[in-house]
Write a protein that binds this ligand. Structure first.
Ligand SMILES: Cc1cc2nc3c(=O)[nH]c(=O)nc-3n(C[C@H](O)[C@H](O)[C@H](O)COP(=O)(O)O)c2cc1C
Length: 199
């Protein structure tokens, strides 16, 4: 049995195409792997705070010396990190917002890219501590960017996931979603075809 962690990051609760893609992905995954455990962390429902001085202080202070505010800040951060540690498969939904990922998803990454837990510094540079995990990133974009220098989502997410040791990452892009009905349908169909191929 594998643990699958799904991260939703569309601010839309209705009409979201990335949510449609994650729902399709999970349905396909469950059909093929009925015993697997699916956990959903919805960043539009449970807001993840930006990093602040209490959290950074908590990370750097031994447990028996942390203030009450540092311990409170660590609570959610630890939960988010534990979810990643427990996952065998990560499924990240990434709508494109202003040429990049949603700030909620960036905040989540800020919590889970954690020195000493998901990566460590060595004399040869940083080393990812997560091994044997696989990730799928489902993007939804109004325009068309895949493979171009304007795609700031895929290179960034590959870098961030690789940094913590997740190198087996498949991207499924739904593009051209705001270019009219025909482009939208084509974009969704292409993403679903790719999903059937990789999942
Ligand atoms: C605040 C905001 C910013 C956006 N910025 C971009 C952008 O920079 N490039 C783009 O192609 N589409 C952009 N879009 C369009 C979304 O990527 C597109 O609507 C996508 O379907 C959103 O994901 P969702 O359907 O899961 O909510 C933006 C949409 C919103 C709401």
């Amino acid at each position: 049995m594998a643990n699958v962690l799904v991260i939703e990051s569309s601010a839309r609760k209705q009409g979201s195409i990335s949510r449609q893609l994650t729902a399709d992905f999970v349905a396909q995954w469950q059909a093929a792997n009925p015993a697997d455990q699916i956990t959903v962390r919805d960043l539009a429902v449970d807001q993840v705070p930006h990093l602040d001085s209490n959290l950074l202080g908590g990370w750097m202070t031994p447990a028996d010396q942390q203030s009450a505010a540092e311990q409170a800040a660590l609570k959610l951060s630890n939960t988010l990190t534990d979810e990643v540690l427990a996952a065998d498969v990560l499924v990240l939904a990434a709508p494109m917002y202003n040429f990049a990922i949603p700030s909620t998803l960036k905040s989540w990454l800020d919590h889970v890219l954690r020195a000493g837990v998901t990566f460590k510094y060595t004399e040869n540079g940083p080393q990812g501590l997560l091994t044997g995990k696989r990730a799928f990133v489902l993007t939804a974009r109004g325009g068309v960017y895949a493979g171009s220098a304007l795609d700031h989502q895929e290179p960034y997410l590959r870098q961030a996931l690789g940094f913590i040791g997740i190198h087996d990452v498949s991207f499924i892009h739904a593009e051209g979603l705001n270019l009219g009905e025909e482009h939208q349908q084509k974009g969704i169909s292409a993403a679903k075809a790719k999903m059937a191929e990789v999942a």
